[in-house]
Every structure is written in C-alpha cells, then in structure tokens.
Ligand binder design. Structure first.
Ligand SMILES: Cc1ncc(COP(=O)(O)O)c(C=O)c1O
Length: 399
C-alpha cells in the first residue's frame, strides 16, 4: 500500500501494516546490520554532486531499517517527517542543539524528565543558551517568560513524574504569534494516547525505549515534525547539521525491534490505560496513600484539559506515601511488579522518582517540582489488574 493511502488508515491499521520487502516479499522488515554500503561510479557521482544525501552511504548517516522506523513513526505521529535517534535523550539533545545557538532563549516547563531538566539547567547554559523554567500549565506565565530572543517553548504532554498535563492550544497560540518553535516530549503519553502534531505542536520527541518499543529491550528515540514554521526539509537538515555530527543514530537492530513494538502499541496501550485507571481508583481509596496523580481521576488538577486533549489517559500514574523509607518498603515488597528505572514495558514497573531518576536534581528544585520523597511512579504493564492490586495491597499493608 502506498504511503499516501496508509496515512488515511486508522491508527491501529497504520501501526500494524508494514509494506512487504520488495526483494524477498517478507512480511516482516529485513534487518540491515551494515555500517557501510557499497559505492559504484553512479552513486559516487551522486554523492560528490550532493544529489545523494542520507540514503545508504554510511551507518551514522542512516540505514534502511532505520528509515523504515522513521517512515512508521511519521505515519503514527501524523508527522511530515521523522528522524530516528539512538535514545530519547538523543532525540531531545539533537532537537534542542539544532534549534538553538548561543544567545538564544528557551522557555521550558519546570517539571520535565530529570536528564532533560539537567540539560536545560546546565549543559545548554554552558553554551550561552538562556533558559527560563515556568509552569506551562499556566499560559500567562509562559507568555510573560517570552523574550525577543526566545526560540523554543518546551514541555512534556504528560510530565514525568508529576503527571501534569499542560493545555496545548494556548501554547500553540503563544508560539505562533512570536515565531517560536513549540517542542514537546510525548513519551509518557505515547502516540496512541496523544498526537501533539495534530494540535499544532511543531516538533514531538519520543523516547521509543518506552511504550513504542514496549518490551524493555531496546533504547531508541524519534523526532517527528509537522510545522509551517520550519522548512519542509528541516528533518533532513537536522540529520546532517546535528544528528550525524553528534553521532547519535539509532542502531539498525534497535530500529527493527522498535518496528515490531509499534505493531502492538494500540493493544498494549488500551490495556495499560484500563489498568492504570483501575489502579488509580484503588490507590486513591487506600488509607496508606496520601495522594494519587492520574489524568483520568477527577481529582487531577488538569483532568478537564486531559479529557479534551486525549482519547485516553495513559499507562502511567504516581502516588505518594508518607516518606522515602515507606516508599522503599512498598517497592521492595512488591512480588509481581518490578522495581526498576524504566517504563512503558509489558511488565509493571515502579520507581521512587526523588531518589532514582531525580537523584542528581538539587532537593529544593525537586520539591519545587512537586516531587516528594515518598512519591512512587507506576508504569502499568499487561498483568491482570486484580493481581496488581493484590500485590500493592500486600506491600502497602507492611507500612
Ligand atoms: C519523559 C522522558 N523523556 C525522555 C526520556 C529519555 O529517554 P531514553 O532513556 O530513551 O534516552 C525519558 C527516560 O526515562 C523520559 O521518561
């Protein structure tokens, strides 16, 4: 089926369908484990004349398995183009280093993934890029933070780990009226739950390591673009100006694994959203739980915004017990759930953001982000919801 016909399919069909390999007619994509591709006189001339760019020259510039992953991501994000990267952090750093230069300013949300926050707070400022942190759920605060040299506004569609959901439309309006590129990280939501490009965001970054891959077995990332504020070939420009120079392409093997992950994204996420909603309601009623954050709960501060923007509320949730000691006791005594750093896989994983992902963020900043010592993050997997609740019940009973 041709790409233009595929883009008219529903999300489930887009994710599952892969064109058969032309040479072998294999219904699964071939895996090209090659760092180098053979030249002939014609290819040589095309390269020398600048007519042949990314296609099959050298693995750091791209690889056919990786291009196929880019094509699938383009389709499922509703994008015009995609660039595959070695990790989610590579997607974020390539995007920001491509868009920003010394003297530019970025407005970003106060609560983002810890490594993103640290990059915005330290690495970019080391290169004379100015950063202002605001609450992007407060459009007025974003408007007031914009300066003449602001080039980018950055936020997470569902923030890690506070589960904050910023309203996208006012951010699009602020960005458009000030010639600013609006970038968001959609990792917690995944393209099944949220497709920000359809709402007017210019660039979406994803850690494909999480829900897109879905099996905790491959690291990867993607940068997807649909923007009338950027040149149509901007992703190709970014490939050559930044991704190739930073040396951060996705490996062909991981591209192949991630392609398989995309095919089951819908069914996994449907189930994960259902289970997260059940766990959130269960935990909200539990006497040992101080508070639960899940966009699907009426008690969530941006529940109404989430309802407007998302067909479902995602597989991630957070809750709080009294202190870190109790949080550790609960996680250490879970038998079915896995106490682990990452998220988005078929196993339910749990972590203590304050002392794990956010360990290097100074305490006062972390508390200002609303990440309390006793906060527990859950990424729901595909286990039976009743079994998961029984697992939490037993562990919570020990504190
Ligand atoms: C929201 C978010 N964005 C980006 C990343 C970075 O992804 P990766 O580990 O694939 O570099 C993470 C990792 O946990 C994340 O949670």
């Amino acid at each position: 089926m041709e790409p233009d016909k595929r883009s008219n399919l529903h999300f489930d069909s887009k994710s599952v369908y892969l064109p058969p390999d032309e040479a072998s007619k294999s219904i699964n994509p071939p895996l090209f484990m090659s760092s180098s591709f053979q030249y002939d006189a014609e290819i040589y001339k095309q390269v020398v004349d600048g007519e042949r760019k990314a296609v099959n020259i050298y693995g750091r510039c791209g690889n056919p398995t990786e291009y196929q992953f880019e094509e699938q991501m383009t389709l499922i994000e509703g994008a015009d183009a995609c660039l595959a990267t070695a990790s989610g952090m590579a997607a974020i750093s390539v995007t920001l280093l491509g868009l920003l230069k010394a003297g530019d300013h970025i407005v970003c949300d106060w609560t983002t993934y810890s490594s993103t926050h640290e990059m915005l707070d330290h690495r970019l400022t080391d290169y004379a890029i100015q950063t202002t942190f605001v609450d992007t759920a407060d459009p007025q605060a974003v408007r007031e933070a914009v300066r003449p040299n602001t080039k980018v506004i950055y936020f997470e569609t569902i923030a890690n780990p506070t589960m904050k959901v910023a309203e996208i439309s006012p951010l699009v309006e602020i960005a458009r009226s000030n010639n600013i590129i609006l970038v968001c990280d959609n990792t917690f939501a995944s393209p099944y739950v949220m497709r920000p490009l359809e709402w007017g965001v210019d660039i979406v970054v994803e850690s494909a390591t999480k829900f897109i891959g879905g099996h905790s077995d491959a690291i990867g990332g993607a940068i997807c673009m649909k923007s009338d504020q950027l040149p149509a070939d901007y992703m190709e420009q970014l490939r050559w100006s930044t991704m190739v120079k930073l040396g951060s392409p996705l490996s062909p093997f991981n591209a192949w694994i991630l392609l398989r992950g995309i095919q089951t994204l819908s069914v996994r996420l449907q189930r994960q959203c259902q289970t997260a909603a059940k766990l959130a309601s269960y935990l909200e009623k539990h006497s040992k739980v101080k508070r639960v954050w899940y966009p699907g709960l009426k008690s969530h501060p941006q529940h109404k915004v989430a309802k407007q923007q998302m067909p479902d509320f995602g597989g991630m949730l957070t809750f709080e017990v009294d202190n870190e000691k109790d949080a550790l006791k609960v996680l250490d005594n879970l038998k079915l759930c896995c106490f682990a750093a990452s998220l988005g896989g078929v196993r339910t994983t749990t972590q203590i953001p304050a002392s794990m992902a956010f360990l290097d963020v100074p305490e006062e900043q972390r508390l200002a982000m609303n990440i309390a010592d006793g906060m527990i993050r859950i990424s729901t997997g595909l286990e039976d919801a009743g079994d998961l609740m029984a697992d939490f019940d037993a562990a919570l009973g020990l504190i």
